[in-house]
Ligand binder design. Structure first.
Ligand code: FES
Length: 570
């Protein structure tokens, strides 16, 4: 097999000439023949002025290159798309598949024997894992790491559960303009990813659980020397992968056992509901289907162990100090398949065996003394969600988990935005807020709009939580009794489309049900109307591709043509 610079020659109909030309051009950068004869490690550069979560990428790249060169290979840095949550319109999720496609094609098109993928902000690691799962060369991941915690009036502040908490207080009139501006200055106190157990932390931790990055690389803070040291070591491992023709690819690492280990950790750590969508997309790339029934079963048997916001109190730096992912895996060792392989050669079982307990830590609890007796995520079905929905029960109000209420329906994100704060809105604290046309196709891009704000007039009365249901997602940093990812979505003919304001909806989390409480004949009659309603779509570009080919939430909202052709129901 050809390697290094000889891989993936440009097609000119003369291989010798292709290599000759490639060498001639690259020598313009001052490379020697010795350097160009080495195995090549590609390093994806996701630095962007629009992405503060990736603010340390230049330093991580330098350290990674050092590790690659110390091991005798040649590092080659190449740019890819970078996506930040707050700088992507309409949503970062809309662009995740584009990033996955672009990263996959750049890995495929350029001569590299292994690749290091550096990412962190919510959609970037999922996109990169999807890309690498569809690629044929070995890959190792390097999360950028969580940001530092800020402080305000004696309280710790962390993006972005505290962003929502303080914004909620501002909406309710509890704090004024001056204080919310002060908080705004302190919420993100350093570069790095959100420091609570949001989607970025969840996906970084899952990357570690599933053996795709080095131990402790999921949680080491973005600004600490350990993060840079991990980058150098990642470079060393990548170089060894590049030199080994039998090195495992992401497909070899992401076995069904590794993915199930990920589900165990997701339930135990209070992970983001977004991880369910991303894991479904990743498994789709492997020809597998995410086992939602197993996810739910694990949610009944594995309690919440990690005391991090939004389900608990603390932040990623405390999780890291407490032992991070290896310590968490030790706490759920009875459910973990220790034989799962890793990209650095040891099994996950070996990593767990080497864990030294951190004396006195209270962040990572034991199964015997959990933070909460229930797992993080429950999977619901019912006539409103024939293909499923999820709720982060660990961050919900206990007294709302069984609830019957009157629906107050918003037809779109815009409709909700325009009317939610109106004093004329007919809404009461025990109503159920319904948002539709906010799924993968409907919005488009499945925005994190599922965390509908409490209507201002109820917020002023002190209402902190209500049952809210939608085909949207919510930020992993958010909290509340919120049912998400209803599939199929309203814009794809799902039954959320037939709910009317005034209907009654029945939520039964214990029974894993979400149902519209109307007569079956009326239900069927309304559904016929939905099926017959045509939906105009965009006429060109990525928007057209997205609208026509995006899958539903239960399939990861990936594009249908990017899933593995070998997809089966394992
Ligand atoms: Fe990037 Fe939260 S905004 S991780």
């Amino acid at each position: 097999m050809s390697n290094g610079l000889r891989r993936k020659l440009t097609s000119y109909g003369d291989q010798g000439f292709s290599l000759f030309l490639r060498k001639a051009f690259i020598k313009a950068m001052g490379y020697s023949d010795d350097a160009l004869d080495r195995p090549i490690v590609g390093i994806a550069n996701t630095y962007s002025d629009f992405n503060p979560c990736h603010g340390n990428v230049p330093q991580l790249i330098e350290a990674t290159k050092r590790g690659v060169m110390l091991t005798g290979a040649l590092p080659m840095v190449f740019p890819t798309i970078s996506i930040h949550e707050s700088f992507a319109s309409p949503t970062s999720m809309y662009l995740r598949n584009l990033m996955a496609m672009e990263t996959e094609e750049m890995i495929r098109a350029q001569p590299m024997d292994a690749v290091v993928l550096i990412g962190g902000c919510d959609k970037t690691l999922p996109a990169q894992i999807m890309a690498a799962a569809s690629s044929e060369i070995p890959a190792i991941f390097l999360p950028t790491g969580p940001m530092a915690v800020g402080h305000h009036k004696g309280e710790r502040l962390g993006a972005c559960t505290d962003c929502r908490r303080f914004w909620g207080r501002f909406r309710a009139g509890e704090i004024d303009e001056a204080e919310i501006a002060e908080v705004n200055n302190k919420l993100a106190s350093s570069i790095g990813t959100c420091t609570v157990m949001g989607t970025a932390s969840t996906m970084a931790n899952l990357t570690e659980v599933m053996g795709l990055c080095l131990p402790r690389a999921g949680s080491a803070p973005a600004v600490e020397s350990e993060r840079v040291l991990l980058a150098e070591e990642t470079g060393r491992v990548a170089a060894r992968l590049a030199m080994d023709e039998a090195a495992p690819t992401v497909r070899d690492i992401l076995t069904p056992q590794a993915i199930r280990n990920g589900l165990v950790a997701l339930q135990a750590m209070g992970g983001s509901t977004n991880a369910v969508v991303h894991l479904a997309a990743i498994t789709g790339r492997l020809g597998l289907r995410l086992d939602m029934a197993e996810l739910d079963r694990l949610g009944r048997s594995i309690p919440l162990l990690v005391d991090l916001q939004p389900s608990g109190q603390h932040y990623m730096e405390q999780f890291h100090e407490a032992g991070g992912v290896p310590a968490l895996l030790k706490a759920v060792r009875h459910e973990i398949d220790g034989s799962a392989p890793t990209v650095y050669g040891r099994t996950i079982g070996k990593i767990i065996d080497a864990v030294v307990d951190e004396p006195g830590q209270t962040i990572i609890r034991t199964v015997e003394k959990p933070l909460k007796p229930i797992g993080t995520i429950a999977v619901l079905h019912g006539n409103l969600a024939p293909r499923g929905a999820v709720i982060k029960q660990s961050a919900a109000s206990k007294d709302l988990l069984q609830h019957i209420g009157r629906a107050v329906v918003f037809d779109s994100v815009e409709d909700m935005t325009l009317s939610i704060d109106s004093d004329d809105l007919d809404v009461h604290a025990d109503d159920i807020l319904v948002l539709r046309n906010a799924g993968p196709k409907g919005a488009p891009g499945m925005p994190e709009a599922g965390y509908l704000p409490i209507p201002r007039k109820l917020a002023r009365q002190g209402v902190k939580d209500m049952v809210r249901i939608s085909d949207a997602r919510m930020s992993g940093t958010a909290f509340g009794t919120i049912i998400l990812h209803i599939a199929p979505e309203a814009a794809d003919g799902g039954p959320l489309a037939i709910v009317r304001t005034g209907d009654r909806i029945r939520l039964d989390v214990e029974g894993r049900r979400i149902d519209l409480d109307i007569d079956q004949t009326e239900f069927d009659r309304r559904m016929l109307e939905v099926v017959n309603r045509p939906s105009p779509g965009p006429s060109r570009g990525y928007a057209k591709l997205y609208q026509e080919r995006v899958l539903q939430a239960d399939e990861g909202a990936d594009f249908d043509f990017l899933q593995s052709e070998e997809l089966d129901a394992r």
